[in-house]
Write a protein of this length. Structure first.
Length: 123
């Protein structure tokens, strides 16, 4: 199990800032991303999942400026075999149905995620 400051397992959630979603909507979309990534991790990388759970399930929420930028990060994650999940909205409240809102990347080692998302700003 990792300790604070070590190369802990964490989940990065990249949220589109161009959609101007409210705080509650962002929280819901980030929750969807976390759940989808966790479910995938249980199946594909169970040891990593156990470590992430044991470490308190650290998450970091970052901003991307557009859908195309979000998909650039997805392509990198896919190329490196990192679990990820693109979230689309059902369209019941603030945005149109099928709108891509965010992506979860991980759980994965902080050092791996930082090479991909290290330049992004916190939401």
């Amino acid at each position: 199990m990792s300790k604070a400051g070590d190369d802990e397992c964490r989940l990065a959630i990249l949220v589109r800032s161009d959609l101007k979603m409210g705080k509650g909507k962002i929280a819901a979309q980030a929750g969807h991303a976390a759940v989808c990534c966790a479910m995938a991790c249980v199946k594909k990388k169970p040891d990593l999942m156990k470590e992430w759970i044991g470490g308190g399930q650290p998450k970091i929420v970052l901003r991307v400026e557009s859908e195309s930028e979000l998909y650039e990060f997805k392509a990198v994650a896919d190329a490196q075999g990192i679990i990820n999940s693109v979230i689309t909205d059902a369209g019941r409240t603030q945005i149109e149905p099928g709108t891509v809102t965010c992506i979860g990347i991980g759980p994965e080692r902080k050092s791996v995620l930082d090479k991909i998302t290290g330049e992004l700003r916190m939401l």
